[in-house]
Design a protein around this ligand. Sequence first.
Ligand code: UD1
Ligand code: UDP
Length: 378
Amino acid sequence: MIKIVTLIGARPQIIKAAALSRAIRQQFSTRLKEVIVHTGQHYDENMSKVFIDQLAIPQPDYNLNVGSGSHGRQTARMLEGIEDILLNENPGYLLVYGDTNSTLAGALAAAKIHIPVVHVEAGLRSFNKHMPEEINRIACDHISTLLFTPTLAGLNNLQHEGFDTDYRGAYTADKPGVFHCGDVMYDNSLYFSQLSANHSTICNDHHLVSDAFILCTIHRDNNTDEPGKLEDLFATLIRVAESTGKKVVLPLHPRTANVLARNLSPALYQKVQQGSAITLLPPVSFFDMIELERHCSLVMTDSGGVQKEAYFFKKPVIILRNETEWVEIVEAGAGRVCGTRQDEIMAAVEAFTLNPPQIFPEIFGDGKAAEFICRTML
Ligand code: UD1
Ligand code: UDP
């Protein structure tokens, strides 16, 4: 029996963890034992507990309750707590997801005490080190022992950084194993989209008709924390709603909710709150999110995960950032990188309305990434 410590912390990591926990429970329970550590980076019920309960993830064995803070303070508090747990549990692997501060803290804590790090969603790059996530993912990849890439772009990035992606031998942090396996988020979307329609009432509750609304999410610090940018973005969302005649449905991340009143002009804030163009919602459950993604006509987002899910559900996506790690979506013609530039966003809305993408090549694997990761760890 191999013991794995799985580290979760932010919303998308909790969701991703569901795929591996399910694979372990269904196929590997006699050979893999999972201990779950929650850093507490996300802590509101609708950012954490709702996913653990709805997606049948085992209750975390530990919660460090670090909460919010500056990058240094938050990461330091995690490091201290994770090291204690790893020394106590002495696992065969520490498994981390993605690129958050929780990912970095886990990888650092484990690598320093020679516990092999498994990085799921390795190799992604934005080539923009102004983004905290870019620093987290580069650091994590370079101290990991097993790296699992969700896309070929991820694999190519690692090759360019000098990883020997063909190496198959005894794996260490100095001679790591790189495996291309597809995306655990695709595993999840395939699995949970069979359940969500029976469990979610969100479209009925908000009178949302298929193809008659646009789904949007916004949470990147460079969009939320610069008043001018947030103002531009919300003004654009209202223009999009007016020009398409479709409501924009926007489940609001707490980071964005916290700054909305402060960073929008009073007139725009009032227009947004009044609700005729934009329906603001609190963060929604994963089943609700799947139903919104399934029934919307278009996705506008600065989220990594939501970009991909738009693709899984064959919806065009306008990327509210200046670059994306998920370049294949853009190459396939299903996504456009528009940042917060109103003219580019309006042009993309028009283009996708007139000419919706028809072809969605299999970029993200076969829906069995979690099984592959478990077998490889064994
Ligand atoms: C983090 C990740 C980001 C990821 C996102 C997923 C880092 C550096 N960033 O960004 O990569 O895309 O999670 O959602 O790790 N807050 C609450 N309640 C919560 C959680 C957060 O109110 O449960 C508020 C706090 O004011 C906090 C702010 O949101 O300061 C930002 O939270 P934080 O976890 O620092 O970063 P995210 O923007 O969520
Ligand atoms: N998500 C959700 N409810 C919401 C917003 C997002 O369940 O209100 C899910 C979404 O479906 C995806 C994940 O959260 O699986 C993406 O997380 P987020 O956008 O917070 O972070 P990112 O992927 O950008 O790191």
